[in-house]
Design a protein around this ligand. Structure first.
Ligand SMILES: [Zn+2]
Length: 236
């Protein structure tokens, strides 16, 4: 079985060449914390160096809309890299934006709407108020390099919810962001990387163009846009 799986996987890779990668990020902070949350945090210096390294290796930085187009075409001249930030931390605005602008790197922030203005706290950071304010979110969204994506209302593990509950989490977050921003929101990322068949059906019926997982590696020709792999950007 194991050998068969490996042969299948090799064949898939041969027939579906690598197009690029979508990097998953969370926080950008001057001082990284010591506990479990450390792996969600990178420093501004590390972010800047990562962008420079990818450029030097010949990668092209693209928006998530461009990833969608590249997948449709199935090819491109250079490998792409796409930056994505999950949850909606205010440090994306205060610490990352200046670097992203300086490097002219497009990026997407996937916002959990309950975290806006810290209506709901991020329970993995108890006693801290880390969410974007409504004004900060609007300022960020006004940046031409920035795309805002949806990331549910309360950040649940979607696979544990009923289909009705999932529908509310997904559709409500899309609608609330669209009302706030005044334009359509076309991209989604699964909180905790959690989904099931119902989730994908709701994502499709809601009209999203892409939805991102929380692991899996590179993006290949022919990949399902509703189940795109990501590469976690880790700082040692
Ligand atoms: Zn998240």
């Amino acid at each position: 079985m194991n050998i068969l799986y490996r042969i299948n996987r090799k064949l898939y890779k041969l027939l579906h060449p690598e197009l690029g990668c979508i990097l998953m990020l969370h926080r950008v902070v001057a001082q990284r914390s010591e506990g479990e949350n450390r792996e969600l945090e990178i420093t501004p210096g590390f972010l800047e160096q990562t962008i420079k390294d990818y450029k030097q290796k010949g990668f092209r930085f693209v928006s998530i809309d461009e990833v969608s187009e590249i997948l449709e075409k199935g090819k491109m001249d250079k490998p792409f890299v796409c930056l994505t930030f999950d949850d909606g931390y205010r440090d994306n605005y205060t610490n990352a934006l200046a670097i992203l602008k300086k490097e002219q790197a497009p990026f997407t922030v996937y916002v959990t709407t309950g975290f806006i203005d810290n209506k709901q706290s991020m329970w993995w950071y108890p006693n801290e108020r880390l969410g974007l304010s409504c004004d900060e979110l609007l300022n960020l969204a006004a940046e031409p390099l920035c795309t805002i994506g949806a990331h549910t209302v309360t950040h649940p593990k979607l696979e544990n919810l009923s289909i009705q509950e999932q529908r509310v989490e997904i559709k409500q977050s899309k609608q609330d962001l669209e009302r706030l921003l005044g334009h359509s929101v076309n991209h989604f990322s699964y909180p905790h990387g959690s989904y099931n068949e119902d989730t994908i059906a709701i994502i499709e019926e809601s009209g999203f163009h892409t939805a991102l997982m929380a692991w899996g590696g590179v993006v290949r020709r022919g990949d399902n846009p509703m189940l795109l792999h990501r590469t976690i950007l880790k700082q040692e």
